[in-house]
Design a protein around this ligand. Structure first.
Ligand SMILES: N[C@@H](CCC(=O)N[C@@H](CS)C(=O)NCC(=O)O)C(=O)O
Length: 327
């Protein structure tokens, strides 16, 4: 665990002291966009045209942000268009690694040992955190983006003419509703579990915990009367929530002390998460071995023994019963 400072790796944990024990996530810095014709996207530079085999995704199967991008690669039929390398679930002194002995596929493009080498290949004097996911351009030998919320929007539409898959998870008519839900879910749930788990003061933890469960109560209520977060149609808002919910009972409940109740004990949220898990292509993107190993093994300041719990026993394959809500 650490970060790059002028291209040199420094092994250090997050600084929470300057924020009263609160974890503050760094903004992603690399924000270019792949577009159908290579024209510039909403941020960064142009020149990244959608092409088969040109781009490569670096992910961790443990990471909820990287998981979104893998889900979009699957549901948009992009497997044959965009390659993937998976890091080891163990994020240790050198950060994310490509150590095959501990579960990585290896780096398919450069055969690097560590993910931070991808960042310094992109920019030799890079300063900042070294995160997954990363979308790499083989053509220009640069990082297109290290922001998952941008990557899923590129995947949603940029390759449609090549793949013929026009499923739209970011439909124009629903964008305002999606953005409003995304904000609540990001602040209180996606990032909320981390704010609870990485807090180093009691007050910071309790405030994150309270906000998290208040948000889950709101979502539980919302999903009592409609099948998906913005109504009858599944959108990116659902996939962004899903990657946190699917990890909830396995890691956030115990390791991050988000333990007012399990996700399984929310009737609507648990049926909803089962439906999304059963969506074609999605179960294959979920790997509980990597998920549990990453959190319990890498965060040794939270779990110094590095013992990985055997349970809980989870069943996401049973009927979800959500059809009755329509959609
Ligand atoms: N804004 C990024 C956040 C990604 C992120 O924080 N990934 C975590 C893994 S779950 C990471 O790589 N952390 C390493 C670090 O912070 O040093 C995104 O959504 O793409």
């Amino acid at each position: 665990m650490g970060q790059l400072v002028n291209g040199v790796w420094h092994d250090e944990w997050y600084d929470t002291e300057s924020n009263d024990g609160e974890f503050v996530r760094e903004e992603a810095q690399l924000r270019h966009w792949i577009t159908a014709d290579g024209s510039p996207g909403p941020s960064g530079e142009g020149g990244f045209k959608a092409e088969k085999g040109r781009y490569h995704l670096y992910v961790s199967l443990a990471c909820p942000w990287a998981h979104r991008t893998l889900i979009f690669r699957a549901i948009k039929g992009l497997e044959r268009y965009i390659g993937v390398s998976i890091v080891s679930p163990e994020m240790l002194e050198q950060g994310w690694s490509f150590d095959k002995a501990s579960g990585s596929t290896g780096d398919a493009l450069h055969d690097f040992d560590y993910h931070h080498q991808i960042y310094t290949k992109n920019k030799a004097d890079y300063s900042g955190r070294v995160t997954v996911p990363v979308l790499w351009d083989r053509h220009s030998q640069r990082i297109v983006s290290n922001e998952s919320s941008d990557i899923i929007r590129m995947f949603n539409s940029a390759f449609d003419d090549l793949t013929g898959n026009h499923d739209d998870y970011w439909p124009k008519a629903l964008r305002d509703d999606i953005e409003a839900i995304n904000k609540d879910v990001y602040d209180n749930v996606n990032n909320g579990v981390y704010r609870a788990g990485f807090a180093t003061e009691q007050g910071a933890y309790e405030s994150a915990y309270d906000r998290l469960f208040a948000a889950l109560d709101r979502l539980e209520e919302r999903l009592s009367g409609q099948r998906y977060l913005v109504g009858a149609q599944i959108t990116e808002a659902d996939w962004r929530l899903f990657t946190t919910l699917i990890r909830f009972d396995a890691v956030y409940f115990g390791h991050f002390k988000c333990n007012r109740q399990t996700l399984s004990s929310f009737p609507n949220l648990s049926g909803y998460v089962r439906e999304l898990y059963q969506w074609p292509g999605v179960a294959e993107t979920v790997n509980f071995e990597h998920i549990k190993r990453h959190y319990y093994y890498s965060h040794d300041m939270i779990n110094p023994t590095r013992i990985i719990p055997k349970g809980p026993v989870l069943d996401f394959k049973s009927p979800h019963g959500r059809e009755s809500l329509g959609g």
